[in-house]
Design a protein around this ligand. Structure first.
Ligand code: PEP
Length: 268
């Protein structure tokens, strides 16, 4: 059985009350006996993680502890690379791990394109996560103009090399997750075709192989993100090199978030 990564990026959505409501209703839906998700999770074949805004991280972690929920994980949407200091408004990976969270999105397209984050900053963030015990979920992908010009693989290669080259395999082994997210597919309702997602994920794995070797490349999870929903989740998740999905809009409701997994599980 293939392990599936189902990640939900809430972006700037949900108050503490909304977060609590989501987690409790997720618990009910996920633990429903007929679905069998608890067994699949216990066997290690499911990683379900939500990425609430910073304000919700500690509250969500506490709720998981109180409700004894070990089948849902919490991650941060961003970090700054410094550990502490005069960086008003920023949050360090040390602070993220202090909340009990061990994952953070790095280089999300909204960070790159709305907040102007460049490749050097993103590379520093990856390194800072790794030295503070936080798994970076490295997001990368081309804009529409680049795809139309046939530059997708070139852009993907440049972004991956810039973020990962120079790291030692022992530093990253089982500590990095990739999320290929074509910018034109994020929040637009227009997902990449499953074969296109497969092509780029396969290519990303080949790049990992050139940097870190085949063994590491095969065990690094590679997710696809961009308008994933229950109606297209299965076709994306059955692709050989698509290990999981990073979901924005559809992760805000338990029914659509878990519906992606439901559609994959009901594929036969
Ligand atoms: C995202 O925010 O990473 C994302 C993929 O968003 P959406 O699913 O809404 O396209």
């Amino acid at each position: 059985m293939k392990k599936i990564w189902l990640y939900g990026n809430w972006k700037m959505n949900k108050t503490l009350g909304d977060t609590e409501e989501f987690i409790l209703s997720f618990k009910d839906a996920f633990t429903t006996k007929q679905k069998g998700y608890m067994d699949i999770h216990k066997k290690g074949f499911l990683d379900v993680t939500i990425f609430p805004p910073f304000t919700g991280l500690f509250h969500a972690r506490e709720l998981l502890r109180r409700e004894q929920i070990n089948f849902l994980d919490i991650g941060a949407q961003n970090i700054y690379f410094e550990t502490s200091g005069a960086f008003t408004g920023e949050i360090s990976p040390l602070m993220i791990s202090d909340t009990g969270c061990r994952k953070a999105l790095v280089g999300h397209s909204e960070r790159r394109h709305i907040f102007g984050e460049g490749e050097a900053l993103i590379a520093s963030k990856v390194r800072s996560c790794l030295s503070n015990g936080v798994i970076p979920v490295l997001c990368y992908g081309e804009i529409l103009e680049e795809r139309d010009k046939g530059l997708t693989l070139e852009i993907v290669q440049r972004q991956l090399l810039s973020a990962l080259q120079g790291l030692d395999v022992s530093e990253i082994s089982e500590k990095v997750i990739l999320a290929y997210e074509p910018v034109w597919a994020i929040g637009t309702g227009r997902s990449a075709k499953p074969q296109d997602a497969q092509e780029v994920c396969e290519y990303s794995r080949a790049i990992l192989e050139t940097i870190f070797g085949g063994e590491e490349a095969s065990k690094t999870p590679i997710l696809y993100g961009g308008s994933v929903k229950p109606s297209n989740g299965k076709e994306l998740l059955i692709q050989k090199d698509v290990d999981g999905v990073l979901v924005g809009g559809a992760s805000l409701e338990v029914s659509s978030f878990l519906g992606i997994l439901d559609s994959y599980m009901a594929r036969e």
